[in-house]
Design a protein around this ligand. Structure first.
Ligand code: NAD
Length: 258
């Protein structure tokens, strides 16, 4: 019988990360639900356990390399191994909100350096620390592995008032390509996922989300999770260093502000 795969997911207390955690758990993977938001962790772990899956929550700050190393070590201690690492934690200027800063989507010239720093820290440095810690374990295990980091189509197209976020997500793509080369000889694939616009349950329910793609409907978090589930599956063993877009064709029509 195949060994049970263990997946660590950051941002798993949020919308897309939560959907990824639930989808992988339904496939029989043991899931380490990692986030800085305790309530979010609890909600995702409860969903998985209620459905008969295996999960455990871990409080993590992905901007702190020591904290990331600590959590990865705890996951290996608790589950015995690590096969899959998915860095979903991230977001644009809004992620600086929890530290009590005002959320402003403005020209880079006007943006608060603190917000710019947080956006780079969570999206890009987080991807670096999580990939690095996970890769060390996977290389040592010697059985290959899967690393996925969340980027955005904004990395390819740019978006006014999100220059910091675009730069961070562009950095994620470059990171993934370089790591695919470093880790390929170990049988570890490294890929980037680039969503378009995905409405979170906490976002206003307006038509913008359906109008800014060519399919004319909203993207579900579970659809992004299905893409991730394929990328981390056995079947995707020859897919690495790639940018996987899931945007309903939004990039085909994206202008400066939509
Ligand atoms: N929703 C979209 O339209 C969209 C589009 C393109 C890309 N993305 C990317 O998809 C990913 C998930 O986005 P989402 O829409 O589910 O957002 P979300 O806000 O629901 O989830 C993000 C999660 O990251 C966590 N987080 C923030 N800072 C952290 C830190 N320092 N350490 C650990 N966890 C931290 C938050 O607590 C939250 O649970 C993000 O990387 C985002 O940039 C989202």
């Amino acid at each position: 019988m195949d060994k049970r795969k263990v997946a660590l997911i950051t941002g798993a207390g949020g919308y897309i990360g939560g959907e990824c955690a639930v989808t992988l758990a339904k496939e029989g993977k043991a899931v380490a639900v990692c986030d800085i938001n305790e309530a979010g962790i609890h909600a995702t772990v409860e969903r998985i356990l209620a459905a008969g899956g295996e999960a455990k929550g871990y409080l993590i700050d992905v901007t702190d390399p020591e904290d990331v190393d600590r959590v990865v070590a705890e996951v290996v201690r608790d589950f015995g191994r690590l096969d899959i690492a998915i860095h979903v934690a991230g977001g644009s200027a809004r992620i600086a909100q929890r530290e009590g800063k005002e959320v402003r989507y403005v020209d880079l010239c006007e943006q608060d350096p603190y917000v710019i720093d947080r956006v780079l820290q969570v999206n890009l440095y987080g991807a670096i620390w999580v990939s690095r810690a996970a890769a060390r374990v996977m290389v040592k295990q010697g059985e290959g592995g899967r690393i996925v980091c969340f980027s955005s189509i904004i990395a390819q197209n740019g978006l006014a008032h999100c220059a910091d976020y675009a730069a961070a997500k562009g950095g994620v793509i470059s990171l993934v390509k370089a790591l695919a080369k470093e880790l390929g000889p170990h049988g570890i694939t490294v890929n980037a996922v680039l969503p378009g616009l995905v409405r979170r349950p906490t976002d206003p329910d307006d038509e913008h989300y359906a109008k800014t793609n060519v399919l004319g409907r909203k993207c579900l978090g579970s659809e992004v999770a299905d893409l991730v589930a394929f990328i981390v599956s056995e079947k995707a063993g020859f897919i690495t260093g790639a940018e996987h877009i899931i945007d309903g064709g939004r990039r085909l029509s994206q202008r400066g502000s939509d």
